[in-house]
Design a protein around this ligand. Structure first.
Ligand code: PGA
Length: 260
């Protein structure tokens, strides 16, 4: 299977989010083969978007979660509150939160624990900076982020977790790593994470690629066996282009099904 996740960031308000959700459902109409689709609206739009997506095959994710269950935490949102709104996935450790809002590896770990405790599927983002990439430090950076993120975390089944490899320098920049670099990063992530979770074999763990994915390059990433899907930012709020990414994923799945 392939998974396509749209991260709408803080790009669209409630009305536009509802329109995007409706448009996405139209793209799927009549398709016998389609990827698993997850859209991640801003918190303010979750409730209205859920009304559109209820009873559809499209899932809803949140863009963040707090690590405590409840209490005096002004401005924060708990995992329990998210599940009440129909959220099933949550993005954790996105580089924008790490760099702009001071989110640390320890916070990421606590959020993962909390999300899992409430049955949410964490979509954990990791990736190196441009300097680390240029210095050949991608793997050691991924190792540092992943070891910290999964310290003391338990998962029983691979469906409880998604990981997104998102090089910081590729996000919103129009630049992407070579497909071969993505493949080797995914192989590394798979190997490392499966060492934490003995119950999950490395091949079945879902690793998505994110960073300047668009209608032109989506197919090249998605057709690789090592790439279980894509996390799409900017293009996910441009309905026509996001639809093209969904179509690319569907075409990959169709091609694979005819080769079986
Ligand atoms: P982008 O963002 O597709 O705009 O590069 C990806 C992300 O931030 O998840």
């Amino acid at each position: 299977m392939k998974t396509v996740v749209g991260n709408w960031k803080m790009q669209v308000g409630v009305r536009e989010s509802v329109a995007l959700a409706r448009g996405t459902l139209l793209t799927l109409r009549g398709r016998s083969i389609a990827p698993d689709l997850v859209v991640c609206p801003s918190f303010v739009a979750l409730s209205e978007v859920h009304k559109v997506l209820a009873r559809s095959s499209v899932s809803m994710g949140a863009q963040n979660v707090f690590w405590e269950d409840h209490g005096a935490f002004t401005g924060e949102t708990s995992a329990r509150m998210l599940t009440e709104l129909g959220v099933t996935y949550v993005i954790i450790g996105h580089s924008e939160r790490r760099t702009l809002l001071g989110e640390t590896d320890e916070m990421v770990q606590k959020k993962i624990v909390q999300a899992l405790a409430h049955g949410l599927i964490p979509l954990v983002c990791v990736g190196e900076t441009a300097e680390e990439h240029d210095q050949g430090l991608t793997q050691s950076h991924l190792q540092k982020q992943l070891i910290a993120a999964f310290d003391g975390v338990h998962i029983k089944h691979r469906s409880q977790l998604l990981i997104a490899y998102e090089p910081v320098w590729a996000i919103g920049s129009g630049r992407t790593p070579a497909v071969s670099e993505v493949i080797s990063a995914h192989q590394y992530i798979r190997r490392l994470v499966s060492e934490f979770f003995s119950s999950v074999d490395s091949l079945s763990l879902s690793v998505l690629y994110g960073g300047s994915v668009d209608a032109e390059n989506a197919y090249a990433f998605l057709r690789e066996q090592e790439v279980d899907g894509v996390l799409v930012g900017g293009v996910s709020v441009k309905l026509n282009q996001f639809n093209d990414v969904i179509v690319a994923a569907s075409e990959v799945l169709e091609a694979q099904s005819t080769h079986v």
